[in-house]
Design a protein around this ligand. Structure first.
Ligand code: PMP
Length: 378
């Protein structure tokens, strides 16, 4: 198949077509350089320019204050589950964790290896919502409070950062990075893998406040030490040149073609609203996993009344060019990821298909004999 389909994957995910075309060209020869982007040295002047512009663009797009360092690392978001506590915890130090889904739980498990961890709120077992500030049990004196701004698997997202009782926030923003603005007010550290809104897998962005950097533990292995990476300007070893290059193209696309972050955030909200409206208006045929106030703009998790019907839906969607809609195995049902690069036409095509599928099954006497879900949790 050479035709592009609508790709609803949770990550690696859909990328902007103009960026893919540029990458295709630069894979053979970078204009003015005569070598592939895959062939240039990470110490070359060309990569100096790429790295500098990538950071500059990111700082402008996210309005990152000047007392924060930007690091381009490897190891994915999961290395940050370890690097954060390795740097910031240790004997006698404690962190708070908010568990609003599967990724936060994994992050907490790694932090426990490095120090004292207290769970300020736990949304288990189903993870259908984020907590209200008044529900948090935060003990004073924590080094940081870790939360996951968007839980990719469950489709649960914070609208505003949680309360932290004076502790700096550490945010895993992997699946809503670059989708809307960031409130830096109490943010100590924000990290995100690239493979949702920021390019191919292989690069992870860490934005860390100087104050927090200064508190990092001494005597760490260099590759696990935020300060060593900061001092080496993200070139402590060979960085993922290609992934950083694609990231640069994506930052340009955000500013030049999507009208900047505020416009992109509006676009994302509109796409999600269109899909949630259709699900809510389905008379209970579809139900969403997340409660209404905690629903993700990036990952829409939903189901029909039965697993058989979900399976049929997924097969038919796939044949219609609506790809990778299967929900994570721990949640089941469907998950439509509506990242930055998913066009409006993709959501419209999905809505048309879901509406058609519903009306067919509600007309069909066999289908209507099936139990219909009561309105979802949200
Ligand atoms: N955190 C979140 C919120 C994620 O969505 C993911 C990946 N899906 C991860 C962490 C893990 O990322 P990686 O595979 O890059 O380690």
């Amino acid at each position: 198949m050479t035709e592009r389909v609508f790709n609803f994957s949770a990550g690696p995910a859909v990328m902007p077509l103009p960026v893919l075309k540029e990458v295709q060209r630069d894979l053979v020869a970078l204009p003015g350089v005569g070598m592939s982007i895959l062939e240039i040295s990470h110490r070359s002047p060309w990569f100096d320019d790429i790295l500098a512009e990538a950071e500059e663009n990111l700082r402008r797009i996210l309005e990152i204050p000047s007392d924060y360092r930007v690091l381009f690392l490897q190891g994915g978001a999961q290395l940050q589950f370890s690097m954060v506590p390795i740097n910031l915890l240790g004997p006698g130090r404690r962190a708070e964790y908010l568990l609003t889904g599967s990724w936060g739980k994994k992050a907490m498990a790694e932090a426990k290896r490095e120090g004292d961890v207290h769970v300020a709120w736990n949304g288990k077992p189903d993870y259908v919502r984020v907590p209200r500030d008044g529900e948090l049990d935060i003990q004073p004196g924590a080094e940081y409070l870790h939360y996951t701004s968007n839980e990719t698997i469950e489709g649960v997202q914070f609208v505003v950062p949680p309360a932290s009782a004076g502790a700096p926030l550490v945010c895993d923003a992997s699946s809503d990075f670059l989708s809307a603005s960031v409130d830096w007010e109490r943010m100590g550290l924000l990290y995100a893998c690239a493979q949702k809104n920021a390019g191919p897998a292989g690069m992870t962005v860490v934005v860390i406040q100087d104050q927090l950097l200064a508190r990092r533990r001494d005597g760490l292995h260099s590759m696990l030490d935020f300060r060593a990476h900061a001092e080496a300007g993200s070139r402590l070893n060979t960085p993922p040149v290609f992934a950083i290059y694609v990231f640069l193209l994506i930052t340009r696309w955000i500013e030049r073609e999507m009208g900047g972050l505020a416009a992109l955030a509006r676009f994302n909200r509109e796409k999600a609203e269109m899909l949630y409206r259709l699900l809510d208006d389905s008379g209970g045929f579809y139900s969403t996993h997340a409660e209404r106030a905690s629903r993700s703009v990036m990952n829409v998790t939903f189901r029909t009344a039965t697993e058989d019907l979900d399976r049929e839906l997924l097969q038919r969607a796939d044949r219609r060019g609506l790809a990778q809609l299967k929900g994570h195995r721990s949640v089941g049902g469907m998950r439509a990821s509506l990242y930055n690069a998913l066009p409006q036409a993709g959501v419209e095509a999905l809505c048309d298909f879901l509406e058609e599928f519903r009306s067919e099954h509600q007309r069909d006497p066999v289908g209507s004999a099936r139990p219909v879900a009561t309105a979802g949790a949200g």
